[in-house]
Write a protein that binds this ligand. Structure first.
Ligand SMILES: [Zn+2]
Length: 401
């Protein structure tokens, strides 16, 4: 019996051969005119002589499906057009979340880490069962919101982390500072240490929203990854590199989304009521983002992962962040690709499953029209998407021969 799991429309073919003109392996290597062989949803060989060819992508660049380390996949605009963050529990909100997942997959992202909403769980599970098309989702569920003493004692925080694990969290998201630059630290060092240490004991990673002094605190607390990081000094960045802490700063997509959808965001929680005030406020953040990215790139050994912080309006446009990073953040195109492939997989503890084109790994493969190493805007032209050996998009064929 086929059943709903892996049967029907998303069934995997037994043996698939993809011919590609250029292959980026996700680890920094480039190969030309070769073929990737897939069996049972896994990559089994890279062999220029393999055949017969099922997908002819000779005019394209093939690479591992992208990984976005920081999204809010269920966040959407409500019926009135206003941003509802994770607040939506209606059927409209559920369909909007499913749509976000679809758009994200079509844009070439085969895995995302969604941080901050319990609504992610059912979406994650539906996609994992093959009931809905979407990227593989890892989620934190609700975040640990730092609120000073009120957050609880270190022991209470350890209890919270264990409960999140029981609820099905793949990762623990922690707010160690306020939402704005200069908003101050919201967890003491002892509280943060307890959260990250307990997560480690439970076999979970920790993603810490941190601005200013919270950056150093997260690194000292042995947390896995620092998100955003505005206000980090060069010494903080150096310390992060020394301790092997992953860093996920943003270069533009988030702010560009707020600007484009300022009327939708104005008046929603945490945003000013006036759209112009909102626009003026967020515009001031952009040059700070660029400066931080540039300093991060210059920090030897710092592991910069790709995370967009995609919110309502940004889903399916995640790849714009690549362009921002390269154009405004001083990131080399190859480094940008690796940051969303093997490095992002490593940061998620999934390097043996995703993020590279190598035998034994999941057949998560995408192709773009053009070559992003030569022209980063090619990331907007995703023509082929395969996840776990299943093809979800193939608009490449018509332009060939
Ligand atoms: Zn976020």
């Amino acid at each position: 019996m086929l059943g709903a799991f892996g049967g029907g429309a998303w069934a995997q073919s037994k043996h698939i051969v993809i011919a590609a003109g250029t292959v980026l392996d996700g680890r920094g290597h480039v190969t030309h005119n070769t073929r990737v062989v897939i069996e049972g949803g896994k990559i089994v060989a890279i062999d220029p002589k393999a055949g017969p060819v099922n997908y002819d992508l000779r005019g394209r660049t093939l690479m591992p499906g992208w990984i976005d380390a920081h999204v809010h996949i269920t966040w959407s605009f409500g019926k009135d057009g206003k941003n509802i963050n994770q607040g939506g529990t209606t059927q409209d909100a559920a369909y909007a979340a499913a749509s976000n997942a679809w758009l994200t997959l079509m844009a070439g992202f085969t895995t995302v880490q969604s941080v901050g909403s319990a609504a992610d769980f059912p979406l994650r599970d539906a996609i994992a069962k093959g009931l809905l098309p979407g990227p593989r989702i890892l989620t934190s569920g609700e975040a640990l919101m730092g609120q000073g003493e009120k957050t609880g004692t270190p022991d209470e925080i350890r209890g919270y982390v264990r409960r999140q694990k029981d609820a099905g969290a793949d990762v623990i998201k922690i707010f160690a500072s306020g939402g704005n630059i200069g908003a101050g630290v919201t967890l003491s060092q002892d509280q943060l240490n307890a959260a990250c240490d307990e997560a480690k004991k439970q076999g979970l990673r920790t993603l810490v929203h941190a601005y200013g002094e919270a950056v150093r605190a997260a690194v000292m607390g042995g947390c896995t990854e620092v998100e955003h990081g505005l206000g980090a000094s060069d010494d903080d960045l150096k310390l992060m590199a020394e301790k092997g802490t992953y860093f996920d700063p943003q270069a533009g997509l988030l702010i560009e989304t707020y600007l484009e959808f300022k009327d939708n965001y104005a008046g929603s929680p945490f945003f000013p009521a006036n759209a112009q005030v909102l626009a003026t406020g967020v515009k001031e953040i952009l040059p700070k983002n660029h400066d931080l990215m540039r300093r991060a790139v210059k920090t030897p050994g710092l592991k910069i992962v790709f995370g967009t912080d995609a919110v309502a309006g940004a889903h399916g446009r995640n790849a714009v962040e690549f362009i921002d990073r390269v154009r405004d953040g001083g990131v080399e195109p190859m480094a940008a690709m690796i940051s969303a492939n093997s490095l992002a997989a490593e940061a998620m503890g999934m390097a043996d499953r995703i993020g590279s084109i190598a035998p034994g790994l999941e057949a998560d493969l995408i192709a773009v029209d053009g070559n992003p190493i030569e022209d980063i805007t090619a990331v907007r032209r995703v023509v082929f998407v395969m996840k776990g050996g299943v093809v979800y998009k193939n608009s490449a064929a018509d332009a060939l021969h």
